[in-house]
Ligand binder design. Structure first.
Ligand code: GTP
Ligand code: MG
Length: 627
């Protein structure tokens, strides 16, 4: 694409997608713009406004704005506030959008039309997209769109945002509008809101629906019977535990074949390179740095994809908000809001989106408590570290019907969750917070996960992981290789070259700090680049051991299994349950809280916990004879 093709965002008319949470705004946005923003079956997926360009029929282009879902133009949560700010042009450097596309879930008009009426009262050019038209039709909800358009005084179209061309009617209507009614800058002046009274709104919704879609008022919920099981206080918890358990078993048992293949591939590549290149720094960089280091992280791709497969299926099925209700009681007792469930669950992928997702939490202290414990959820960057250590030290054995490795991984995730609950409980004590906020959350319908969404989601995950391996992990590994190879030792040096290098000396210094935890100097070095990305600990260990003259023909796992006492493995695992080192999370916390003291407090408390946990684990393990 040449620079001329790139649309200038200032010149294009802007179209904002506004609607209730979970009505399919982002799915529509992705269809219109070709973007890949996250879509999932629960309220509060989008928490920041996103921009994209849509090419419409007839050569028109518009800038499309995807917004967080809102129940009303009176914001109750920080994400709803974002929506209102954008609509009123209160964001710095941004004008009021030229056109509003109100998006409504056609299966739930009784609720969705309230916001549509509020939007109408703004008096700005708008239209209504009745999304989920496919589901509405299947449920026998008939909507007279002409009548509805007449009642609302704006165009109404039906859309199906999960179908390839499900946005066609919307695109055509946009073009029609642009032709007949080009953007008028006079309408874009910020103005004060005067919203209709709530009871009057409800009456108006009823009146309109009786005229245009009487069947929408008689919707039956199909899901009550299933919910009686899924949200049952005993069966529900059993179902949740069983689900999570299957996930962790699968991460180990399904992944072994592709992982072995990738590992064998890298081993062969290393041998081939060693055989075909003259000895020297370049060969060492390729073999010890790139192949033993970054390649060692790539091996974990299958496990990450399996974990995300399950997360995506759960996200799309509509199960997650139900689990939030199920756990609301437990969460309330430790001082977390039930709304914290989804942000915390997102943190299993990465704490950064988890911290952002706390914008759906109304009260500041609830939100802060959730932010502070989010990094205790086991993010996917920890998976390679856990998997390496479990693969090396935990024998391939079955305990009853369970695989011992899967069981250990499950235990580590549970350790993270339990610690988060404990820390939240302490916060509650410190802040004397006892007010319990009842959980108000909309239950989405159950849905069979769409293959398209699933495939795109997995592809996106694979891309993110590969990009990390190819950029930050690779760069840090090369840097570490450099620091571990230079300066070269003088003639007559009796130890290995790495012990003489910068990294070797730094490792010896850090070892003093970490020796009480049972960490040797190789681990101590690896923890430093791990500050930027946790997986780098794995690649760094690969490089450090390869340079220690242990031979690259040995895979890392058997090597450390041979060299480290079991107590060190347990201690390092305990360290990583808390592992304070993730700069991007700390930066996200600074952004979201707008204060330095929170990320600093977070790093400090996590470091202390990690150190204590590893220390105690190591001592106990040594005492029990694992030293
Ligand atoms: N069957 C069907 N499903 C849809 C349609 N549009 C969206 N979905 C599904 O509805 C769910 C919600 O879609 P999103 O696009 O994330 O909704 P959103 O309005 O952006 O939600 P928030 O960002 O939370 O406000 C996802 O599971 C989508 O796959 C549709 O037209 N038909
Ligand atoms: Mg969205």
């Amino acid at each position: 694409m040449s620079a001329a093709d790139l649309p200038s965002p200032v010149a294009l008319p802007s179209v904002a997608l506004v609607g209730n949470p979970n009505c399919g705004k982002t799915a529509l946005f992705n269809l219109l713009t070709g973007a890949r923003q996250k879509v999932a079956n629960y309220a509060g997926v989008t928490v920041e406004r996103k921009l994209g360009t849509a090419k419409l029929p007839g050569g028109h282009s518009v800038q499309v704005i995807d917004l967080p879902g809102a129940y009303s133009l009176c914001p109750a949560t920080p994400d709803e506030e974002v929506t209102l700010q954008v609509l009123q042009g209160q964001r710095v450097g941004e004008a009021v959008p030229d056109y509003i596309v109100a998006v409504a879930d056609a299966t739930n008009l009784r609720m969705n039309l309230r916001l549509v009426l509020e939007l109408r009262s703004l008096g700005r050019p708008m239209m209504l997209a009745l999304n989920m038209a496919d589901v509405a039709r299947a449920r026998g909800i008939h909507i007279d769109t002409r009548r509805l358009a007449a009642e609302l005084g704006c165009p109404v179209v039906e859309t199906v945002a999960v179908k390839g061309n499900g946005h066609q009617a919307l695109a055509e209507q946009l073009v029609k509008h642009l032709r007949s009614d080009p953007p008028d800058p006079r309408l874009n002046a910020p103005h004060t809101l005067s919203l209709p009274d709530s009871a009057a709104l409800q009456q108006e919704v009823r009146r309109i629906l009786e005229a245009a879609a009487p069947s929408a008022l008689r919707v039956k919920r199909f899901q009550y019977r299933l919910d009686a099981w899924v949200m049952h206080p005993v069966w529900g918890l059993a179902i949740l535990a069983a689900l999570l358990f299957v996930v962790f078993q699968a991460v180990f048992s399904w992944a072994s074949v592709p992982m072995d293949a990738i590992e064998a591939g890298f081993a062969a590549l290393g041998e081939w390179t060693t055989a075909h290149m003259a000895e020297g720094p370049l060969r060492s960089l390729l073999v010890d740095g790139a192949i033993a280091g970054a390649g060692g992280v790539l091996v974990f791709l299958p496990q990450i994809l399996i974990l995300f497969f399950f997360i995506l299926v759960l996200e799309d099925s509509g199960y997650l908000p139900r689990a939030a209700f199920l756990l609301d009681n437990v969460m309330g007792r430790v001082g977390l809001s039930g709304r914290a469930f989804i942000p915390l669950l997102s943190s299993f992928a990465c704490a950064v989106p988890g911290v952002m997702a706390t914008r759906t939490i109304t009260h500041w202290r609830d939100r802060l408590a959730t932010i502070m414990v989010a990094p205790l959820m086991t993010c996917s960057a920890r998976l390679p570290v856990y998997a390496l250590l479990i693969g090396a030290f935990i024998p391939e054995r079955s305990v009853g019907p369970f695989n011992l490795k899967g069981l250990t991984l499950f235990a580590l995730y549970v350790a993270g969750v339990v610690s988060a609950m404990a820390v939240a409980w302490v916060f509650k004590r410190v802040w004397h917070r006892s007010r319990y906020q009842p959980l108000m959350l909309e239950l989405p319908p159950y849905r069979v996960p769409g293959l398209r969404n699933l495939g795109l989601g997995l592809w996106e995950r694979a891309r993110i992981f590969l990009r990390r391996v190819g950029t930050i992990i690779f760069a840090l590994t090369v840097l570490l290789w450099f620091l571990s190879s230079f300066p070269a030792p003088p003639a007559g040096w009796s130890g290995t070259a790495i012990e003489y290098s910068f990294a070797g000396r730094l490792g010896r210094v850090l070892e003093v700090l970490f020796a009480p935890l049972g960490f040797n100097w190789q681990i101590s070095i690896a923890l430093v680049p791990g500050l930027a990305a946790r997986e780098v600990v794995v690649s760094a260990l690969g490089t450090v051991y390869a340079l220690s003259g242990e031979g690259v023909d040995q895979a890392l796992a058997p090597l450390i299994a041979h060299q480290w006492p079991l107590a060190t493995c347990f201690s390092l695992l305990a360290w990583f349950v808390f592992a304070p080192q993730c700069i991007s999370t700390l930066a996200a916390v600074k952004r979201e809280t707008n204060a330095w003291r929170y990320p600093i407090a977070m790093a400090a408390y996590l470091f202390v916990l990690a150190y204590l946990a590893a220390f105690v684990t190591y001592r106990v393990a040594v005492f029990l004879g694992a030293g």
